[in-house]
Write a protein that binds this ligand. Structure first.
Ligand code: NIG
Length: 406
């Protein structure tokens, strides 16, 4: 005979000097700050947020450090093969960024074995977690055939539920000069192959990629197939992307580097999140967007890494936070919120991006007394421990600060 199921054992992260809940209802200011706090989680979920000294089966001593929600990186392209370091070096020497480099990664990705694609994605996912990322969106977009896009999405699904079909990344060489035929391929056989592995659909709305009508066609087909919508918008110059994202009800308009007053007003009057990708502007020598203007207008904003082999080869959300504060007019509070609750909003998630009862137990213990050190100490690995869905096993081992229980 079996008795009633044992309740899951509970863990308390105690002795937190400064807790960032990212939920203004739970503490002071926009980050919902609580001093001298503890957080209890069980079964992968947070069950209590309270003063230091709460008791559970197991105790992690945060040692007075700052604890914040795991980062939500809502825009990455982690599935690819090959290296474009030479292209980056040429850019640093003065060559402009061009979307055509995507085809270089496409050729390498098509040629890569499944196992190699899985291994390189695992390496990058692991690298991101060590930098504090506990939720990540991953796009396809370097396969650009039905079979290769499906393969890339299948690889991505092993690492996240937030998978995005990006067949409309660029026109591949076999469709050169026939972009509308390629759009028909994306909306037909490619979408059918992608749908079983994707939650979202995305398109690159830019000169040199796809125009507004082509992107609208792709997004409408994705919506009809049950996918949520996102859009690469206004990355390399002014254009129709942001307006299209708002018109189509996209969860997020990503990049937003070049915004007109009408674009800012459209974002502010919509539920579409403006997602900034500052490491891209860093790596392509583009101007940084004026986030201040977008926030002051009332839009919801997120920050993401856009990790990809061409325009932004970093998995570091702390680096992006530092850039957003240094160069985009955001306060440290706004940048941390954009990297946590903002990313969650861009993915329509209410279970991540904040530390509150019921949320997934995704926590970062920072090796610093305050989140401001993410900006104040740029480039320094400040992530002491990461808890993901209540899992303490980071880097294949138990984290060192776990102590015994009650
Ligand atoms: O978001 N803009 C389109 N896609 C990526 C660039 C990919 C690449 O250059 O390989 C981006 O920047």
């Amino acid at each position: 005979m079996t008795g009633p199921a044992e309740p899951p054992s509970a863990t308390v992260v105690d002795n937190i000097g400064l807790l960032v809940t990212s939920d203004p209802a739970l503490g002071d200011g926009p980050l919902g700050l609580v001093r001298n706090a503890s957080v209890v989680f069980a079964g992968g979920r947070i069950v209590a947020v309270g003063p230091a000294g709460q008791v559970a089966d197991r105790r992690i001593d945060a040692g007075g450090r700052c604890v914040l929600p795991g980062f939500v990186d809502s825009h990455t392209h982690l599935v690819f093969a090959g290296d474009r370091g030479d292209e980056f070096a040429a850019r640093m020497a003065g060559r402009p960024y061009e979307a055509g480099g995507i085809r270089v990664s496409m050729a390498a990705t098509r040629a890569a074995a499944d196992g190699d694609l899985r291994a390189s994605t695992a390496r990058l996912r692991h690298e991101a977690r060590r930098a504090g990322t506990t939720t990540v969106e991953i796009k396809s977009g370097y396969g650009l055939t039905a079979a290769d896009e499906a393969r890339c999405l299948e690889v991505a699904s092993a690492f996240t539920e937030e998978t995005t079909f990006l067949g409309a990344h660029v026109v591949p060489p076999e469709f050169e000069g026939r972009p509308d035929d390629y759009v028909a391929e994306v909306c037909g056989p490619m979408l059918a192959a992608a749908v079983p592995h994707a939650r979202w659909i995305d398109a690159f709305c830019e000169v040199g990629a796809f125009d507004a009508d082509q992107c609208r066609t792709v997004l409408a087909a994705g919506r009809a197939a049950g996918l949520g919508l996102r859009l690469h918008a206004n990355q390399l110059g002014h254009g129709p992307g942001v307006q299209l994202a708002v018109e189509m009800g996209c969860a997020s308009a990503d990049h937003c580097t070049y915004l007109s007053d009408a674009d800012v007003a459209a974002l502010a009057g919509s539920d579409t999140v403006a997602t900034f990708l500052p490491a891209t502007d860093f790596s392509t020598r583009q101007p940084y967007p004026d986030a201040r203007r977008v926030i002051d207008a009332g839009a919801t904003v997120a920050i993401a890494t856009n990790c990809n082999p061409g325009s932004s080869f970093t998995t570091s959300m702390p680096f992006c936070i530092a850039l957003a504060v240094r160069d985009m007019g955001m306060t440290a509070e706004e940048a941390v919120r954009a990297a946590t609750a903002g990313g969650a909003a861009a993915l329509w998630r209410d279970d991540v991006g904040g530390i509150r009862p019921g949320a997934r137990a995704d926590l970062i213990i920072l090796d610093a007394p305050s989140y401001t050190h993410l900006v104040y100490r740029p480039g320094v690995p400040l992530i002491h421990d990461v808890v993901q869905a209540g899992d303490l096993a980071v880097d294949g081992g138990r984290i060192p600060s776990v102590e015994s229980g009650r």
